[in-house]
Each structure stands twice: as structure tokens, then as C-alpha cells.
Design a protein around this ligand. Structure first.
Ligand SMILES: Cc1cc2nc3c(=O)[nH]c(=O)nc-3n(C[C@H](O)[C@H](O)[C@H](O)COP(=O)(O)O)c2cc1C
Length: 310
């Protein structure tokens, strides 16, 4: 019997295919195309303590092999998420991961504490809550003049430590490829008690509108994702997986079953799919069925047989 199941920090995933933050809404948006229950898990749109309107001007630009986005973390805020979205998300039999951001330390800590408290309360009422937290440390740090938290290991350490202090939920830290040293960053997360790391977030990148002689994006730079970043993401996942003993969730440009297998072979416990959701509305179901067929064809009973073989 083929099994695609995996377990990360005590959370059971029926398969290793998880939809990445910011590319799948809170799940409802895709439910008319296929059932989110097919998926291993869903990471919701990135949440901040307070509602956020996001960036002005252009937010998306297609490149030759990926896309640039400057959405600016538009989201309804933690309280509205818990009130209006969570019931729908937990209705489906798939793992629910809340992605949390913030522009200062207190925001991260308060948001994580609110989600944790809500999960505990729901559990006492026999209701499902958030299964796992994913901490997005790629947010601009207001106190440091807008530099991302996720660039310097010691700045990120504070966030991971303080969030760990307020949450008993499984905690995965999402790493930025813009980090000065991504392996060091992952090792720090393990030292601070994170249950896993996920990587990678988008690369800082740029597009110039030559007719208007200025950047396409109001913030000048935007985040690059999609097939263009896959080879680099794969290398980073391979390096990080060798440096830590906590599970690694890999992502960056995954758009086929073969891409998933590469990340698993590089050591990923599970993977996330982002930009491909915009290319193909049925991305999740295509990949879940495709992975099962691949395992049958290759006579692989469990992904443990190929995980981290490189
Ligand atoms: C439009 C868009 C919005 C995103 N929003 C978030 C977000 O809110 N939080 C986050 O951690 N990552 C966010 N990401 C990053 C993705 O979750 C993912 O890490 C990245 O796109 C790389 O994977 P991919 O190449 O498969 O898209 C966003 C990406 C895109 C394209």
C-alpha cells in the first residue's frame, strides 16, 4: 500500500503537498475547483496583528519564468481571521497552518499568542483550531529602518525566542533567501526551539518600466517567485536539511511532480506550492494525483525511501 502521509512536529499530513501562504487565500477561493481536503495542508494568507491594506500601485508582474509580487501583506488581521475564516478552514480534513508576520517584535508575539489561545480554547470545546504556526520573518522591521527581520540571524533570534515563549503550537519558521546566511538562520531556529523550518520565501528583485523610466513597483523592489527560483531554492533546502535535525519544508517554484521529488530527495519532509496556483487553478489536485501515480510507477511505497538521499 502506497502512503504519502508524513508527520511534522506531531501534525499529521495525509500527503506532503501544502499550499503556500499568500497564494491560496484561506482555501475557500479554490474550493470551487477541487476539494481542499485532497491537500496535505493549507497555509493561510500571511496575518498581522492588525488588518493591513497592502501596497499601492502594481502588485504583480509576470517575468519570463516566474512572477514578481508586491502585495504588501494585505490581510484582515488576526482577530478577523479567527472569527471569519477559521471555521471554514477547519471544516476541511486538512492541516491548517497560520502564517504570521509583523513589523515589530511585539506584533509577532501578540499575534502568535492570540492564535495559540484561540486554538487552546477551541480544543476545550472539542473544535479544531490552527494546527501549526508558520512564522514569516521576511517582514520589514520598522525599528531597523525597514530591513527585513529575516536577514540577520541575531535579529531573527529575538523573534523566534519570544514567539516560542508564548506558543505551545507546533512552530515552523519560514526563512528568507535574502538572509545573510540561510544555514546559520536555520540552525538558530533549531537552537531556539522551533519545530521546523520552511524555505524559501521570495527573492528581492526588480522590474523597470522603461517608458515611464521608473520601477514598476511603488516600493521599487518586489519578491520573485516561481520556476526562476527553483534551482536556488533546491540548493538552499539541501544545505539546510543537512545542517539541522528538525523537519524542513521546501518550496520555491514547484510546478510538477518531478519538482516535488527533487525537493524530497534534497531532504524536505514536505513541500509547499505557491506561484503554480496562479498558473493552474487545479495545481493542488494535479500534483496530489500525479505524486500518487509517480509512486505507483516507480514502486515507491513511502517517500521515506527517497527522502534526503542526496
Ligand atoms: C502573491 C504572493 C503573495 C505571497 N504572500 C505571502 C505571505 O503573505 N506570507 C509568506 O510567508 N509568503 C508569501 N508569499 C511567498 C510564498 O508563500 C512562497 O514562499 C514563494 O512564493 C515561493 O514559492 P513559489 O515559487 O512556489 O511561489 C507570497 C507569494 C506570492 C507569489
Amino acid at each position: 500500500m502506497i502512503s504519502m502521509a508524513c508527520n511534522i512536529a506531531g501534525v499529521a499530513f495525509k500527503n506532503p503537498i501544502i499550499m503556500a501562504s499568500g497564494t491560496f487565500g484561506f482555501g475557500r477561493e479554490y474550493a470551487e475547483f477541487y476539494s481542499p481536503e485532497l491537500l496535505g495542508g493549507i497555509v493561510g494568507k500571511g496575518l498581522t496583528l492588525h488588518p493591513k491594506a497592502g501596497n499601492m500601485g502594481s502588485r504583480i508582474h509576470e517575468t519570463a519564468s516566474g512572477m514578481l509580487n508586491s502585495v504588501g501583506l494585505e490581510n484582515p488581521g488576526v482577530a478577523a481571521f479567527l472569527k471569519d475564516e477559521l471555521d471554514d478552514m477547519t471544516r476541511w480534513n486538512t492541516a491548517v497552518i497560520a502564517n504570521v508576520g509583523g513589523s515589530n517584535l511585539e506584533e509577532y508575539v501578540q499575534a502568535a499568542a492570540m492564535i495559540t489561545e484561540n486554538a487552546q480554547k477551541r480544543r476545550t470545546m472539542n473544535r479544531r483550531g490552527v494546527d501549526m504556526l508558520e512564522l514569516n520573518i521576511s517582514c520589514p522591521n520598522v525599528k531597523q529602518g525597514g530591513m527585513q527581520f529575516g536577514i540577520q540571524t541575531e535579529v531573527a533570534r529575538d523573534v523566534v525566542r519570544q514567539v516560542r515563549n508564548v506558543t505551545a503550537l507546533p512552530l515552523v519558521v519560514k526563512l528568507s533567501p535574502n538572509a545573510e546566511n540561510i544555514t546559520q538562520m536555520a540552525v538558530m531556529c533549531e537552537e531556539e526551539g522551533a519545530d521546523g523550518v520552511s524555505l524559501i520565501n521570495t527573492f528581492s528583485a526588480m522590474k523597470i518600466d522603461i517608458r515611464r523610466r521608473r520601477s514598476v513597483f511603488a516600493n521599487t523592489y518586489a519578491g520573485l517567485s516561481g520556476p526562476a527560483i527553483k534551482p536556488i531554492a533546491l540548493r538552499m533546502v539541501h544545505q539546510v536539511a543537512q545542517a539541522v535535525s528538525i523537519p524542513v519544508i521546501g518550496m520555491g517554484g514547484i510546478s510538477s511532480v518531478e519538482d516535488i521529488i527533487e525537493f524530497i530527495m534534497a531532504g524536505a519532509a514536505a513541500i509547499q506550492v505557491g506561484t503554480y496556483n496562479f498558473v493552474h487553478l487545479h495545481a493542488g489536485s494535479e500534483l496530489v494525483y500525479g505524486l500518487e501515480q509517480w509512486m505507483q510507477r516507480e514502486k515507491v511505497q513511502s517517500l521515506d525511501e527517497i527522502r534526503g538521499i542526496l
